[in-house]
Design a protein around this ligand. Structure first.
Ligand SMILES: Nc1nc2c(ncn2[C@@H]2O[C@H](COP(=O)(O)OP(=O)(O)OP(=O)(O)O)[C@@H](O)[C@H]2O)c(=O)[nH]1
Length: 655
């Protein structure tokens, strides 16, 4: 992961740095090329001037020979002594100038009149007997086609002797020009075989002084006249047609052959080329060479000597001058790469750590969110007006509402009326107490069902210190409440008769007594007991006795008001507290009870029916009765009297 990121960042940063620095480097590299090329200009100009000067001199010399008196005299008069003078003249020219392998004069039919060969640095006159007919040679036929003042120049090629290339190679240019006699009549053709080796040597010497010692002279067809690789030279003459610049660099050659000069950039390096037209003196230092004064050149001659000087500057050479290829430059590049790598690695690590942290944070948030939403208790947050601003899924599930239905709604809308009052007190208290715990509330579900929760809340204040949010947890305690209620019922209710037991009677009765005493309201106690209940048990069995007790309790309970507190006081003894009742009314109630019981036909488990009577003792509350026990005691005494007086009767306590 880090590696991938590192590679990505490194590539990006490198691309960025490259994008910024490349144009600068390209400019610098261009400057470098320009400087190297500027240095090369000297070689190019010097080589091309050298060739032109050499040719200029030869042309000058030939013009001079063509106009020389020994030539004119001999072609005009043809006397023997004039021939000797001409031979001597040719021999002197050959020996002194050392440039011409052969100098000869042909007559109009192409037969050699005079010939001098340069042998061992001397111009040797060829005997007349050895002179030949050269009428079919191109230098004669070409010259015959020329205007009077024109000069033919051949291709630069290797001399052939007896049909073979002469060894060592003898590069040669052949000049020929018509000769006029003193009467202006065509009298023959002057032919000079120019030895180009000297000129080519000078060219190679100049090129060898260049930075990479490579320089080429190429003819119009792309053959090398001079090449640092000597074996590439003279492809045309040696039958190596493939040994051409054109074949080796076709695209470069097509550009070179189409222009006079230029620079061509290739993936191997730069080619600087320059046309060398050795006989085009216009614009050169030999511009004073006037065509009307000296011979003109036939177009074929110009084409024969359409040479190109080409120098090659390999990329390696330019690069070796570039600071990037110097130790310092490479150290700089290495340093930049190291810095980029370091920065990329640091960024990759930091990004990775950040992502890991954010992933952990996300996971933690998910866990927390899951914990919040799916906690076994309900969570909600209320704003300052007790409206929902957040609620977890558990609580929503309890209520049966969706989150959208709940958020923004007042909390009390989801409480039973009793709990609404309690919540309002609780919420008001929270604003000052900051934390309130275990408030029992009864919540109302969407389907109308209710459940009990124990609610604890913490108040959160806003920046100005005002109450803003109540964060509340609610635990479903319905089971506990129901159990408590059940236990409470069990603790208060007599299991057999399902009416209050003695303890519960005391609770209710004590409250009623206090109220009656405080407000001086009337209150009475009835105590009654089944007459001869022992006999019932004895007759119908204990189950029969229980059935009697149950029926009795139920009958009495249905005869009393809701206000009255009715309880089994113990065994077959019962007690009733009657609030807000006058002595007259008590007597009536007691009597009505007695009669009702007496009329009762009790169905027993055995299928039999039984009848019972009860004796009732009545006591009215008096200001002296500060304690419930006093009043009960008085009723008990009255009951005792009722028993004493024969049972099945009502006796009121009389002090
Ligand atoms: N079946 C049944 N009998 C009970 C229960 N509690 C008390 N008794 C019976 O009630 C009878 C009370 O008898 P006594 O106190 O002698 O009174 P009595 O027979 O009613 O006679 P008097 O009260 O004098 O009329 C006993 O036999 C008890 O066993 C009960 O829960 N179920």
């Amino acid at each position: 992961m880090i590696l991938t990121r590192f590679i990505l960042l490194f590539s990006l940063l490198s691309a960025l740095v490259l994008a910024v620095t490349y144009p600068i480097y390209a400019q610098y590299y261009q400057g470098l090329q320009d400087r190297i090329l500027a240095n090369e200009e000297t070689s190019v100009v010097a080589a091309s001037q050298m060739i032109q000067k050499e040719m200029y001199e030869q042309v000058h010399l030939i013009a001079m020979i063509a106009d020389a008196a020994p030539v004119l005299d001999y072609v005009t008069h043809g006397r023997a002594e004039q021939r000797v003078a001409l031979e001597t003249f040719f021999s002197n020219v050959s020996t002194n100038f050392h440039r011409f392998d052969q100098i000869r004069l042909l007559d109009n039919s192409g037969y050699e009149l005079v010939r001098v060969n340069l042998n061992d640095s001397k111009g040797n006159i060829v005997p007349q007997s050895e002179l030949q007919n050269k009428s079919q040679r191109y230098y004669f036929t070409e010259a015959k086609e020329l205007a009077d003042n024109q000069l033919f120049v051949s291709r630069l090629d290797l001399n052939m002797e007896n049909g073979q290339i002469e060894l060592p190679h003898k590069p040669m240019l052949r000049f020929s020009t018509p000769i006029l006699d003193r009467n202006g009549e065509r009298a023959g053709v002057l032919v000079l075989n120019y030895l180009a080796e000297g000129m080519l040597k000078s060219f190679r010497r100049q090129m060898s002084r260049r930075v990479d010692q490579q320089g080429m002279l190429i003819d119009a067809k792309g053959y090398w006249l001079s090449n640092h690789e000597r074996s590439n030279e003279w492809g045309a003459d040696l039958g190596r047609a493939e040994h051409t610049f054109a074949r080796m660099y076709p695209e470069v050659w097509s550009e070179i052959s189409a222009a006079d000069s230029g620079i061509i950039a290739t993936d191997k390096g730069l080619f600087r080329f320059q046309s060398i037209k050795p006989f085009n003196f216009s614009g050169s230092q030999h511009a004073h060479f006037k065509a009307d004064h000296y011979p003109l050149f036939a177009s074929q001659s110009v084409a024969n000597t359409d040479w190109k000087l080409v120098i090659f500057i390999p990329n390696e050479l330019i690069q070796s001058r570039s600071f990037l290829y110097q130790p310092l430059g490479q150290a700089l590049v290495a340093l930049v790469l190291c810095l980029l790598a370091g920065a990329s690695l640091a960024m990759a690590i930091i990004t990775n750590q950040k992502q890991a942290r954010s992933r952990e944070q996300k996971e933690l948030n998910e866990v927390l969110s899951d914990l919040y939403d799916n906690a076994p208790c309900g969570y909600h947050s209320l704003d300052a007006n007790a409206h929902f601003i957040r609620i977890n899924q558990t609580e929503l599930d309890w209520l049966g509402y969706t989150r959208e239905e709940v958020l923004g709604q007042p909390f009390i809308a989801f409480l039973t009326p009793n709990s609404q009052v309690r919540f309002q007190e609780f919420f008001d208290a929270l604003k000052t107490e900051k934390q309130i715990e275990n408030v029992v509330l009864e919540m109302q579900c969407k389907d109308g069902a209710t459940f009990y929760v124990s609610s604890s809340a913490t108040a959160q204040n806003d920046q100005s210190g005002d109450f803003a949010v109540a964060r509340t947890s609610v635990f479903d305690i319905t089971d506990r409440i129901l159990l408590e209620k059940k236990l409470e019922t069990l603790a208060n209710i007599d299991a057999l008769t399902n009416i209050s037991n003695r303890r519960h009677f005391y609770e209710g009765a004590t409250l009623e007594l206090k109220r009656a005493l405080r407000y001086q309201h009337p209150l009475a106690i009835l105590m009654f007991d089944i007459d001869h209940f022992k006999r019932v048990n004895d007759t119908y069995g204990h189950d029969g006795g229980d059935a009697v007790l149950k029926q009795l309790a139920s009958t009495v309970h249905s005869s009393l008001r809701d206000l009255d507190v009715f309880a089994r006081f113990g065994g077959e003894e019962f007690i009733v507290l009657l609030p807000e009742i006058s002595p007259e009314q008590v007597a009536l109630v007691a009597e009505r009870l007695r009669q009702k019981v007496a009329e009762l036909q009790i169905n027993l488990p055995s299928g039999e029916t039984a009848s019972i009577t009860i004796s009732i003792g009545v006591a009215m509350l008096t200001p002296d009765d500060k304690l419930l026990e006093h009043l009960i005691k008085k009723a008990d005494l009255a009951l005792y009297q009722a028993k004493e007086q024969g049972r099945n009767r009502v006796v009121e306590y009389n002090a």
